[in-house]
Design a protein around this ligand. Structure first.
Ligand SMILES: O=C(O)CCC(=O)C(=O)O
Ligand SMILES: [Fe+2]
Length: 291
């Protein structure tokens, strides 16, 4: 296999930090777009958001204070800078390395924005995105052996120290102590209580790519501005395991002509592969799994 140093490190550690995926010009364009998306979310005009108090979808209509903006490529949000960057060369080049595949099989997936709530601090408890906290050690090991043909990333526009990970845990079942600390439903008061925890600190413009099954948590301070682009991308080999991860977010809007028309040729091809995946698993892009 033609593994690059970046991919080798990603496979061993479960995450890597990459620089230079946004140019200074893109940085200011994206920053402006984020300001608009954030203000529409906080005012309630944009209802696709992650609300304080909920870790996974469905996010419901509860507390409007939000820690995330969903579907930032949605044409109704009217901010084409996001889709333009999602299909840009530097980002696609790293994704191709990490998935060890050619562009011709990449599929478009989720693109959201992680922001600071304004009136409540919040935190996500220790979790793996696609393995339940009560999985037995054998179930956990089995799940971790599956390669999902996808990567997830956070690209920080402002300094971002919210995410904590346990390096290498994407391949290892939890130790009894780690299990104890990730089985409680409350978020951690101190993330460093988790054996092996590391804080991921991103400078503006830096990106962390992480295996979504690495053991991770996040803390959100309402007083520290956060605007972090949070996306994932996969390839056509992901099948039903990828579908489960992606389709829980409700993506019917991506099938509409208006969205397709907003994309460049690369984006259109990647979107077609997502829709083919959805059709092959016989699902519904609006299908919702309670997290
Ligand atoms: O806020 C973050 O950086 C992590 C978010 C996360 O873990 C999740 O959405 O599952
Ligand atoms: Fe997560």
């Amino acid at each position: 296999m033609s593994s690059t140093p970046l991919k080798a490190q990603y496979d061993t550690q479960g995450y890597i930090i990459a620089q230079g995926l946004i140019t200074p010009e893109q940085h200011s364009v994206l920053e402006e777009a984020c300001k608009i998306a954030v203000s529409k979310t906080r005012s309630g005009e944009w209802v696709h958001r992650r609300t304080v108090g909920r870790q996974f979808p469905p996010f419901g209509d509860g507390n409007p204070d939000s820690w995330g903006v969903q579907h930032i490529m949605h044409p109704q949000l009217g901010l084409p800078a996001f889709a333009k960057w999602y299909t840009s060369d530097p980002l696609i080049d790293v994704v191709k390395q990490l998935l060890d595949c050619q562009e011709e099989i990449l599929q478009m997936e989720l693109f959201n924005l992680l922001i600071n709530p304004v009136s409540h601090d919040f935190a996500l408890r220790w979790h793996r995105d696609d393995v339940k906290e009560n999985a037995t050690e054998a179930e956990e090991l089995e799940a971790l052996l599956v390669w999902h043909h996808g990567v997830q990333w956070n690209t920080a526009l402002y300094t971002d120290a919210c995410l904590f990970v346990v390096p290498k845990s994407h391949k290892l079942p939890r130790t009894p102590e780690q299990r104890l600390r990730s089985s409680i439903s409350d978020p951690p008061t101190d993330p460093f209580d988790m054996p092996g925890a590391t804080q991921v600190i991103l400078q503006p413009g830096e990106t962390v790519f992480y295996n979504s099954n690495i053991l991770h948590c996040a803390t959100y301070d309402s007083k520290i501005p956060r605007a972090t682009l949070h996306g994932c991308m996969g390839n056509i080999y992901g099948g039903s395991s990828r579908a489960r991860n992606v389709l829980q977010h409700g993506l019917n809007w991506m099938k509409e002509d208006q969205f397709r028309a907003s994309l460049d040729d690369r984006g259109k091809a990647m979107l077609s592969r997502l829709i083919e995946m959805q059709e092959s698993v016989n699902g519904d892009l609006g299908f919702s799994l309670a997290g």
